[in-house]
Ligand binder design. Structure first.
Ligand SMILES: *[C@@H]1O[C@H](CO)[C@@H](O)[C@H](O)[C@H]1NC(C)=O
Ligand SMILES: *[C@@H]1O[C@H](CO)[C@@H](O)[C@H](O)[C@H]1NC(C)=O
Ligand SMILES: *[C@@H]1O[C@H](CO)[C@@H](O)[C@H](O)[C@H]1NC(C)=O
Ligand SMILES: *[C@@H]1O[C@H](CO)[C@@H](O)[C@H](O)[C@H]1NC(C)=O
Ligand SMILES: *[C@@H]1O[C@H](CO)[C@@H](O)[C@H](O)[C@H]1NC(C)=O
Ligand SMILES: *[C@@H]1O[C@H](CO)[C@@H](O)[C@H](O)[C@H]1NC(C)=O
Ligand SMILES: *[C@@H]1O[C@H](CO)[C@@H](O)[C@H](O)[C@H]1NC(C)=O
Ligand SMILES: *[C@@H]1O[C@H](CO)[C@@H](O)[C@H](O)[C@H]1NC(C)=O
Ligand SMILES: *[C@@H]1O[C@H](CO)[C@@H](O)[C@H](O)[C@H]1NC(C)=O
Length: 597
């Protein structure tokens, strides 16, 4: 027993250097790394951990050198289960077995690094002691057999503080390469996670040589989710066997639970119709604070959502001092710049969060100083577009949350999209036209329907070019907007293709630059780019329901039936959809100009 006590003492000295094991897990810096009240203080976590280890060796009769007595000096307080009866393996980290409950994920690739994610939950019915961290190792290899020396490896701690999430950065990777990675239990290398595969983007100075169906049936190099990723409301999950909380999300525990749920199988991410200080049903005002049963103010709610988001998503914190910044740019070879914007949570001026303010927002939609992105992000966006052209990247692909093109149906506009921020939209278009920045493709989420448009300046009084919707002449780019993965159509829940097409026919007739509209099918689209052209193929899922027994996609039974509903081509330098649009025919939805070929 004496030797065991020594092992504990010895571990204490090594613990002093162990703080990096907390820091290595990027989930602890969520959401605001340098903000004392809003991030985890890993010094404090480390101190808590060391105090625990001390507790394990401090007793009423401190052990003496040369002591041959058994462990009577030892007071185990109330945490015996997490060591079992055996203290030999590691006295200061949990060794009771771990479960990688949510498999693995990776994201935010650079040309030399990528983020790896998992969740390591202690096995057992009891929650572990809050001061005992769990240690997981990661290894990343350049081959699918995980053989040879790993390209990068390391250990990191996780704990209940971050919902057992673990997010590490794997470094020293080669550009434009595939990698395979796996996590294991530091105390038992036989306990391993599923193997994940990932890839880096190409370095800006080199050429880029190149959910269910997207993963199974496409060979995409990058997957973009444009939102909504999660919903905070009750929704229709119960019907398809996904249990819901029973109320709208408000607290950190609520958001963690929902992200957890989505990861076992989409403005939201925080709450519906979000802008910088409120949402459809919560404000920073007195009313906001009585919003939820937990009494959460909007700000509390937003912080909870952002914190859980960073814990659960394999993305980097772009700027540790910039509270909410997720907008950033990826220079992918000389082929493209992928510019990701936050047109929702960052610094957005007020939207129509209540039906009664729709008229107000409509009346201010053209006000010059209204911004969708906030001044800082907006200027950064224009500079990024200009720099991308200056460095000679062929394409500028802009990933953002809401539909850019005007969708006006007899005077009815969705002012929660760019239609509510029309002068901001004109500034974007002006920047492209004035600086002659071509080959811009805007990708949009949010709308639960499919839309494809030429980008054309329609409202600017200074407009000197005239857009011709038949030829595309006068456009400055294109927009591909995608529908929802599973949630219901904005044209009406369960709407049939024939009924959706009636609405689409009106919309493509009324909106000059809208070239295709489809509102019945759920799905996704692929975008394939080379230096000469870009193709977008829209995929329509035949059935988004799973069979009744299905709980995890990995278990099989997913309905993977899908068909390509429309394919669009854009030629480099053309700045418009190739004519005839979609080759003149589509399998679903309505083209402005049908059947010319
Ligand atoms: C591990 O987690 C999965 C998913 O939550 C669960 O089904 C399984 O029972 C867990 N295994 C153990 C040993 O706790
Ligand atoms: C180590 O992990 C393996 C696989 O999960 C398990 O079968 C084994 O019992 C574990 N060993 C110990 C000592 O917990
Ligand atoms: C938000 O605040 C405004 C102004 O105080 C108030 O009129 C409105 O009812 C509030 N909305 C919600 C959903 O709390
Ligand atoms: C925008 O301009 C209007 C009218 O000049 C002013 O009332 C409002 O405060 C300004 N808003 C912002 C966000 O600067
Ligand atoms: C929307 O369309 C109506 C005609 O249906 C028109 O009067 C109105 O000006 C349009 N709105 C905008 C912002 O262009
Ligand atoms: C139109 O041009 C004038 C003069 O260049 C400029 O001051 C104004 O901001 C422009 N308007 C828009 C909407 O861009
Ligand atoms: C785009 O589609 C055209 C027509 O099918 C094809 O010739 C071309 O290779 C495709 N280009 C890319 C980058 O997918
Ligand atoms: C979709 O799949 C579910 C579950 O397998 C099935 O009950 C339903 O009939 C299917 N719907 C259609 C339109 O095929
Ligand atoms: C997608 O791949 C799955 C699994 O390989 C297959 O069952 C399914 O038929 C494929 N779907 C399409 C649209 O090719």
């Amino acid at each position: 027993m004496f030797s065991l006590l020594l092992a504990s003492l010895a571990s204490l000295s090594s613990l002093a250097g162990a703080q990096h094991l907390f820091d290595r897990n990027l989930a602890y810096s969520s959401p605001f790394a340098n903000s004392p009240y809003l991030s985890h203080n890993t010094h404090a976590l480390h101190a808590r951990h060391v105090a625990f280890a001390k507790r394990q060796i401090d007793g009423p009769t401190p052990p003496q050198l040369g002591d041959t007595q058994s462990s009577e000096g030892f007071v185990d307080e109330h945490y015996p289960t997490f060591y079992g009866g055996d203290f030999s393996a590691s006295p200061s980290i949990y060794n009771g077995g771990i479960n990688f409950t949510h498999s693995v994920a990776s994201g935010d690739p650079f040309d030399d690094s990528v983020l790896l994610w998992t969740r390591a939950v202690p096995i057992g019915s009891q929650l572990p002691d809050q001061s005992i961290p769990i240690c997981a190792s990661f290894k990343i290899f350049d081959n699918a057999d995980l053989s040879g020396r790993p390209v990068d490896s390391g250990d990191a701690f996780t704990s209940y503080d971050v919902d057992w999430t673990l997010k590490v950065e794997a470094n020293n990777l080669r550009p434009d390469s595939h990698y395979w990675f796996q996590f294991s239990d530091c105390t038992n290398s036989s306990t391993v996670s599923p193997v994940g595969t990932t890839r880096t983007i190409s370095s800006p100075n080199r050429w880029f040589n190149a959910y269910g169906v997207a993963a199974h049936n496409t060979s995409a190099d990058l997957f973009l989710h444009l939102g909504d990723y999660i919903y905070e409301s009750l929704g229709n999950g119960a019907k398809i066997g996904r249990q819901t909380l029973g109320r709208e999300l408000a607290t950190i525990a609520d958001y963690r639970l929902r992200l957890n749920q989505y990861r076992t199988d989409d403005d939201h991410e925080v709450a519906d119709q979000a802008w910088k200080a409120g949402t459809a049903d919560s404000n920073d005002t007195a009313l906001g604070c009585s919003f939820s049963p937990s009494g959460a103010c909007f700000t509390d709610r937003k912080l909870a959502a952002v914190r859980a988001y960073h814990e659960w998503m394999p993305i980097r914190q772009v700027d540790p001092d910039d509270k909410l910044r997720i907008w950033r740019n990826f220079q992918i070879g000389k082929l493209l710049d992928l510019t990701m914007l936050d047109t929702r949570q960052y610094d957005r001026d007020i939207t129509d969060y209540l039906t009664e303010c729709l008229a107000v927002i409509n009346s201010i939609a053209d006000v010059t100083n209204r911004s969708l992105m906030g001044t800082e992000q907006e200027s950064w966006f224009y500079e990024t577009l200009s720099e991308s052209k200056a460095r000679g990247a062929t394409w500028r692909v802009v990933g953002q949350q809401i539909v850019f093109t005007m969708l006006n149906e007899s005077g009815s506009l969705d002012v929660d999209a760019w239609d509510g921020y029309r002068s901001n939209r004109n500034r974007v278009l002006d920047h492209l036209y004035t600086n002659n920045i071509g080959n811009t493709i805007i990708l949009s989420g949010d709308s639960h329907a499919n839309w494809v448009s030429d980008l054309a300046l329609l409202l600017d009084p200074n407009q000197t070019v005239t857009y011709n919707p038949l030829t595309g002449e006068g456009a400055i780019g294109v927009e591909f907007a995608g529908t929802a993965v599973s949630s219901t159509s904005s044209f009406g829940a369960g709407i049939s293709p024939a009924n959706a097409d009636k609405i689409s026919t009106v919309l493509v007739g009324a909106n000059t630059d809208l070239q295709w509209s489809e509102g019945s099918y759920r799905g996704f689209f692929t975008l394939t780019l080379d230096p000469h052209q870009a193709n977008a193929t829209y995929w329509a899922m035949r059935n988004v329901s799973a069979s009744a027994q299905l709980r995890h996609v990995h278990e099989g039974n997913a309905n993977l039936g899908a068909f390509p509903s429309a394919t669009f081509n854009v030629k480099a330098g053309a700045n418009k959809l190739s004519r005839p649009v979609a080759g003149g025919s589509v399998m679903a939805g309505v083209l402005k100009v049908q059947g010319q070929d």
